[in-house]
Design a protein around this ligand. Structure first.
Ligand code: OSB
Ligand code: MG
Length: 383
């Protein structure tokens, strides 16, 4: 690091010489199945990208699932787009801004783009000797915690899960809801935990005709309801928001800054869930946070039940002071008995999460563990 370099804007840093790109398909079992209105997942199956430059390796994790039940992108589509369209756009020594410019030619496929971009940013941070948060330009701070509790079979099961989360010290609880598993379940949680910061995520299960039903949720003082309507809608959310006292938060509907601007202009939401993996990477995520906060819309950081690689990225991202609400950043053990990186994410004093201290994402790959969960490997670029 040379003097002054510390404040060089992220986008003006060059990616250096790329020697090798390897793609690793992994499958990690979950400690328990995770259900949302549109899917049940029993494991984390995804691709990791390792980009090598000299003796430095940058890592990126794709947030796509093997199925298109959360997003139209899938593990297979991301692999295809990365191999056929994104990696061929890379060239040694271009800047991160230039990478962003080139990647803009690829429409959609934000999860694929984020995988490559995040690996490059991790690589640059490690090479230049900065923790990721410092490269982004923000000092460390304790990160608030939040947990996302999947759909449960019964009210009893749900209460057990919520009690456990509250006992662990999570700052807020998100519960998944779906048609027929909504008002009674929210009521039960609220009666047991009157002061708990609580929100509900429908993953797009409702339609505008359900407005009277969703209005019943106003009685429970939820901090917000996430993505009540279709994954592809913004307009109808603006109509629904007029009918609800509870703030709407958009997740699936927001793919980039333009979507965020449209949603805010239409008053389709009062909160945004920013997932770097969904919006094409850290750089677009930062633009969305700046824009939303500048326009009076608070944001929080979502998650995609990532391994320790993506989990670390989400933690570093939340050093941005614009993140004013606890996100879906939970302990590693909430999903995995064993992770492919160390140390695991744990809740510290007061339920906060510490930002990793090393260079880049600041967590170390456990090569032995990684080998155990690897399904396939492919070298996609060799110098
Ligand atoms: O809707 O936020 C969502 C997980 C996978 C896909 C979609 C969502 C989620 C979560 C869990 O809610 C977030 C996490 O714990 O990482
Ligand atoms: Mg969501």
């Amino acid at each position: 690091m040379t003097p002054g370099e510390q404040h060089a804007p992220l986008g003006s840093r060059t990616i250096g010489r790329i020697d090798r790109v390897e793609e690793i398909l992994v499958r990690l079992p979950f400690v328990a199945p995770f259900s949302v209105s549109s899917a049940t997942w029993t494991c984390k199956e995804t691709i990791l990208l390792r980009i090598d430059s000299g003796d430095v390796s940058g890592w990126g994790e794709c947030v796509a699932d093997p199925d298109p039940f959360y997003s139209p992108e899938t593990t297979a589509s991301a692999r295809y787009v990365i191999r056929e369209f994104l990696l061929p756009l890379l060239e040694s020594d271009i800047t991160l801004d230039e990478v962003g410019e080139r990647f803009r030619r690829i429409r959609g496929n934000g999860m694929a783009r984020a995988t490559v971009e995040n690996a490059l940013i991790d690589l640059v941070a490690k090479r230049d000797g900065f923790p990721l948060h410092a490269l982004l330009g923000y000092p460390r701070r304790p990160i608030p915690s939040g947990i996302s509790i999947g759909l449960q079979e019964s009210v009893g099961d749900l209460i057990e899960k919520v009690d456990e989360a509250v006992g662990r010290g999570y700052h807020r609880v998100k519960m998944k809801i779906a048609r027929g598993r909504d008002v009674d379940m929210v009521r039960a949680v609220r009666e047991r935990h009157p002061a708990l910061p609580l929100m509900a995520d429908a993953n797009g299960d409702y339609s505008l005709a359900d407005a009277p039903l969703l209005r019943q949720l106003d009685a429970f003082g939820l901090t917000m309801i996430e993505q009540p309507l279709s994954y592809s809608d913004i307009w109808e959310h603006s109509l629904l928001q007029r009918e609800l006292a509870t703030p709407i938060c958009l997740d699936e509907s927001i793919h980039d800054l333009a979507d965020a601007r449209a949603a805010i202009a239409l008053s389709a939401c009062r909160v945004l869930n920013v997932k770097q993996g969904r919006v094409g990477g850290l750089m677009e995520a930062l633009r969305i946070v700046d824009y939303a906060v500048g326009n009076g819309i608070p944001v929080w950081c979502g998650g995609m039940d990532e391994t320790g690689i993506g989990r670390a990225v989400n933690i570093h991202l939340q050093t941005h002071p614009g993140f004013s609400m606890p996100g879906d950043t939970s302990e590693t053990s909430r999903y995995f008995a064993r992770d492919i990186v160390g140390p695991p994410v744990v809740l510290g004093e007061g339920g906060f999460i510490a930002v990793p201290e090393g260079a880049g994402i600041g967590v170390a790959i456990d090569e032995a563990e990684l080998r155990k969960v690897t399904l396939a490997k492919e070298t996609m670029w060799e110098r």
